[in-house]
Ligand binder design. Structure first.
Ligand code: DP6
Length: 321
């Protein structure tokens, strides 16, 4: 029986989106800029379900009952494949799932990549973006490697700004907790859009932050990127905090990591952080400082682990035979 497997990497936003323009079509309300990382990945295998008349999704070997993120891309893609196959979709993450580590981005983009190859579709880039968006607002960015700009004014087109060989930075992912988050990004951003008094300002600053980050990345200006990325991250977490009910994804360990990052910076190391809808802290740094940063974070905070990564590439099909 034909089986197709694809690998895709997660991406972390440096200029974030938080809020949807259109919840039905899952459209982000603003543009974003992210970095795709190499050592973390989702590996997704698909094949025809010959046992039952339904799609079945397994994540890390456990059957998932909530198919709400996979069915919309599947319905969209089946218009091109003209297939009414029921599928078995087996996805494995080599990192904790649903805890603010962008597992839905890598999961969905690996699924879309596997599906396209399985049915020899030869999709246009915009169709890949569309199918990813229907699953997760951040997933289209994982279709591209390196630093990626997703433009909400241009149909969510995802463009590579720089790739790994242009600016080979490291990304250190500090695992603060492996628990699944209590409020999903989707729920959280809906609450913020409806209730946070800061949401309007958050929408308005997006253009400026995108411009600053694009310039900083093009100029390989780590301090410039630090300023805009940390400001953007703090603003998003203020939007979350001022929502009703107030949303907070950070823990004491998250705060301890931030303190240690600031300490390392005062000692002359080039690094900055970003935090998404979860407690994990992602550090972007000069590779010369990676070892000392990793050791300091492990020794001085209660993090569970630090994953070291470089900038990742686009999704790919793998041959498992
Ligand atoms: C804070 O795109 O994961 O990471 O569309 O519901 O899957 P869904 O949400 P998702 O939310 C990402 C939120 C964020 C910011 C970002 O990645 O830009």
């Amino acid at each position: 029986m034909k089986e197709t497997t694809a690998i895709a990497h997660p991406n972390f936003a440096l200029v974030k989106y938080w809020g949807k323009k259109d919840t039905k079509k899952n459209r982000p309300a603003m543009s974003s800029i992210s970095v795709t990382v190499d050592s973390m990945f989702s590996k997704t295998k698909i094949f025809k379900n010959s046992q039952s008349n339904r799609h079945q999704l397994f994540i890390n070997g456990v059957e998932e009952t909530d198919l709400s993120k996979i069915l919309p891309p599947l319905a969209y893609l089946s218009k091109f494949s003209k297939s009414d196959d029921y599928l078995i979709i087996q996805s494995q993450n080599n990192f904790p799932t649903s805890s603010g580590l962008a597992s839905s981005a890598s999961g969905i983009s690996s699924f879309v990549t596997a599906y396209e190859a399985h049915y020899d579709l030869n999709l246009e880039t915009s169709q890949r973006v569309e199918s990813c968006l229907l699953g997760s607002g951040s997933a289209p960015r994982s279709l591209v490697g390196g630093f990626v700009f997703m433009d909400h004014n241009n149909n969510y087109k995802c463009t590579q700004i720089l790739q790994k060989s242009d600016w080979p930075l490291d990304v250190l992912i500090c695992i603060v907790s492996k628990e699944q988050k209590e409020i999903s990004s989707r729920e959280g951003m809906d609450i913020s859009k409806k209730t946070s008094p800061l949401y309007h300002n958050w929408l308005n600053i997006n253009d400026e932050h995108i411009k600053l980050a694009l310039n900083a990345i093009q100029d390989k200006d780590l301090i410039g990127l630090e300023k805009v990325a940390e400001e953007n991250c703090k603003t998003m977490h203020d939007v979350m905090k001022t929502s009703i009910p107030s949303i907070s994804y950070m823990t004491d360990v998250t705060h301890a990591c931030i303190e240690e990052i600031e300490n390392l910076r005062s000692l002359g190391h080039n690094l900055f952080y970003t935090i998404d809808a979860g407690p994990q802290v992602k550090i972007i740094c000069d590779p010369h400082s990676s070892k000392i940063i990793k050791e300091s974070i492990i020794n001085k905070t209660d993090v569970i682990d630090v994953i070291q990564a470089g900038l990742g590439g686009a999704p790919r099909i793998i041959d498992e035979n």
